[in-house]
Ligand binder design. Structure first.
Ligand code: HEC
Ligand code: HEC
Length: 202
C-alpha cells in the first residue's frame, strides 16, 4: 500500500514536470517565430531598444502580455511594439511563452561605467531613501533584483529600459503598477540614473 502511494505520487510529479517541459517547448517555437527578432534568441539581447526577457518570472510575464493585449499598458513603446503582436496570442500561447522565458538564463551585463553612480544606486536599492518615503527596492525585487512571481526581474536589464520605465511610473500608463506609482514619488532624476546603472550590472 505504502509503495503504491509513493509510486503514484512520483508519477504525478513526473507528469507535472513533463507538462511544464511541453509548455516550454511550444513556447520555444512561438518565440523563434514571433519574438526573437527583437528580444534576441532565448530572451537576451545586446540591443538597448528591447528589454531582456530571460529569467523573467512567469506570473509577471503573463500579466504584462495580457496588459498589452487589453491595451491597459499603454506607454508609447508598448503601443508601437507590443499591442499588435499580443493581439494575435491566446492565453495558452502566453502561458507557453512565459514557461519558456522563465527557464532561460538571464543576461549578465556586468558593465560598470560610473562607480559613483553605481554605489549610490546600490545604496538606494538596498536601503531605500527612508527620509523621502522610498522603501528598499530589494524588499520586493529580491537581493540582486532577481524578481519573484508578479514582481519583475530587474538584474541585468538594460539601463535605457529601466530609466524609461521608472519615468513611465510618474504617469498612469501602467495602471497595474500601484506600488511603483508611490515608490517613484521620492526619486530624483539622479537617483533613477544611479539605480539603472547599478541594476544593469547585476
Ligand atoms: C518589433 C519588436 C518586438 C517584437 C517582435 C516583440 N517585442 Fe516585446 N517588446 C518590444 C519593445 C520595444 C518593448 C518595450 C516596450 C516599452 O518600453 O514600453 C517590449 C516589451 C515586452 C515585454 C515587457 C517586458 C517587461 O519587462 O515588462 C514583454 C513581456 C514582451 N515584450 C514580450 C514579447 C513577446 C512574448 C513577443 C513575441 C510574441 C514580443 N515581445 C515581440 C519589442 C518587440
Ligand atoms: C512594494 C513592492 C515594490 C517595491 C518596494 C519596489 N517595487 Fe518595483 N515593482 C513592483 C511590482 C509589483 C512591479 C510590477 C508592476 C506591474 O505589474 O506593472 C514593479 C515594477 C518595476 C519596474 C518595471 C520593470 C519592467 O520590467 O518593466 C522597475 C524598473 C522597478 N519596479 C524598479 C523599482 C525600484 C528602482 C525600486 C526601489 C526604488 C522598486 N522598484 C521598489 C514592486 C515593488
Amino acid at each position: 500500500m505504502m509503495n503504491y502511494r509513493i509510486l503514484v505520487s512520483l508519477g504525478l510529479i513526473s507528469l507535472a514536470v513533463a507538462s511544464s517541459a511541453f509548455a516550454a517547448d511550444s513556447g520555444a517555437k512561438l518565440e523563434s517565430q514571433l519574438c526573437s527578432v527583437c528580444h534576441g534568441r532565448g530572451g537576451t539581447t545586446s540591443s538597448e531598444l528591447f528589454p531582456q526577457l530571460a529569467g523573467q518570472p512567469a506570473p509577471y510575464f503573463i500579466a504584462q502580455m495580457k496588459a498589452f493585449r487589453d491595451k491597459s499598458r499603454s506607454e508609447e513603446n508598448a503601443q508601437r511594439f507590443m499591442w499588435g503582436i499580443s493581439s494575435r496570442l491566446s492565453d495558452q500561447d502566453i502561458e507557453q511563452l512565459a514557461a519558456f522565458y522563465e527557464t532561460k538564463t538571464p543576461a549578465y551585463l556586468g558593465k560598470i561605467s560610473d562607480q559613483v553612480k553605481y554605489d549610490l544606486g546600490k545604496d538606494i536599492f538596498t536601503n531605500g531613501h527612508l527620509d523621502k518615503g522610498v522603501p528598499p527596492c530589494m524588499a520586493c525585487h529580491g537581493e540582486k533584483g532577481e524578481g519573484k512571481e508578479s514582481t519583475p526581474r530587474l538584474g541585468g536589464q538594460h539601463e535605457v529600459y529601466l530609466k524609461r520605465q521608472l519615468k513611465v511610473f510618474y504617469g498612469n500608463e501602467r495602471p497595474a503598477a500601484v506600488a511603483m506609482h508611490e515608490v517613484v514619488k521620492g526619486l530624483s532624476e539622479t537617483d533613477i540614473d544611479a539605480i539603472a546603472q547599478y541594476l544593469q550590472a547585476q
